[in-house]
Design a protein around this ligand. Structure first.
Ligand SMILES: C[S@@+](CC[C@H](N)C(=O)[O-])C[C@H]1O[C@@H](n2cnc3c(N)ncnc32)[C@H](O)[C@@H]1O
Length: 284
């Protein structure tokens, strides 16, 4: 396993033209929340205001909780900057990566989460089928790889730093990387050929504009016999960021095109109008 460094391979992200609905701002008086652990004077000295207009109340509460965590470490200027950025950077003006940061914070604020029954089921399914060195790409903050003595190291990969910081599998190597940078000429250059035994992308492939290039690159990374798990659900996701709806047959076809053997499994999760699938690909 190579020696990874956080940020290795990261690219500067470009603005997208994705459109999102306008939301009306939520005005939050920070000191009325009672959460901020410093005085008004200290806050204002560091450039902070008493009242902020946030785009979304869930983001505002998450921002206040996070700012309070920074204040507890004595980082007043960072806390001010964090609240300021969250309140002033409008969703539609953010980069794609910034939009993911917004969703990460919103989900955390809603406690959407890593502990539902379906998620537990999926975690045990992927954990039991995994072995060796694992690459969990587009990982967000929820790992689907739990305890299994057959697993060695886990590399968690995402381009959203906030999500990666919260990624919940202890001991994983966290790599900030934009999978959209993969094309005919650029790959995940810092991971050698055939060095990964299990790879996964859960609820992510339809945010990629060039999944074929990504699958080719993942085939290079995987050892012969290595597994690549793709999990997705029809009619789910963030429409303004998604490139297409999840269709398991579409991904199975692309995987076959780059030389994987694969099978499609319907997962037993009941949701209105949505089916969950696991595409399991094996490097021949
Ligand atoms: C819907 S979330 C899924 C997260 C996690 N796999 C789960 O199931 O909870 C999609 C994740 O993909 C990440 N992502 C989106 N586009 C990406 C890209 N181009 N490169 C790397 N990560 C990306 C987002 O930051 C987000 O964490």
């Amino acid at each position: 396993m190579p020696n990874f460094e956080l940020g290795n391979g990261a690219r500067v992200l470009e603005e997208t033209k994705a459109k999102a609905p306008l939301r009306s701002p939520v005005v939050v008086s920070l000191f009325k929340t009672g959460l901020l652990g410093c005085s008004v004077a200290e806050w204002q000295k560091a450039g902070g205001k008493e009242t902020y207009a946030f785009e979304d109340y869930r983001v505002s509460s998450q921002a206040v909780i996070r700012a309070d965590g920074l204040l507890k470490q004595g980082k007043i200027a960072e806390a001010v900057e964090y609240v300021h950025e969250n309140a002033h950077k409008k969703y539609q003006d953010r980069t794609t990566e910034g939009k993911w940061k917004y969703y990460t914070e919103r989900q955390l604020a809603e406690c959407a989460g890593s502990e539902g029954e379906d998620i537990k089921h999926l975690r045990s399914l992927l954990t039991n089928r995994a072995s060796g060195d694992v690459l969990e790409a587009m990982c967000g903050y929820t790992s689907y790889f739990g305890d299994n003595p057959k697993i060695n190291n886990v590399i968690a990969m995402d381009f959203c730093q906030e999500a990666l910081e919260l990624y919940d599998r202890p001991g994983a190597t966290k790599v900030l990387f934009d999978l959209e940078s993969i094309d005919d000429e650029n790959g995940v250059d810092f991971i050698p050929d055939s060095s990964i035994n299990t790879a996964s992308i859960s609820f992510g492939v339809d945010y990629l504009s060039k999944p074929l290039a990504v699958y080719e690159e993942f085939r290079r990374l995987l050892a012969p016999g290595g597994k690549f798990f793709i999990v997705g659900a029809s009619h789910q996701g963030f429409p303004d960021l998604q490139k297409r709806d999840f269709c398991p047959a579409f991904h199975a076809r692309l995987l076959k095109q780059v030389g994987f053997a694969n099978s499609v499994e319907l997962l037993p999760y009941e949701r209105q109008d949505s089916q969950f699938y696991l595409v399991e690909a094996t490097k021949r």
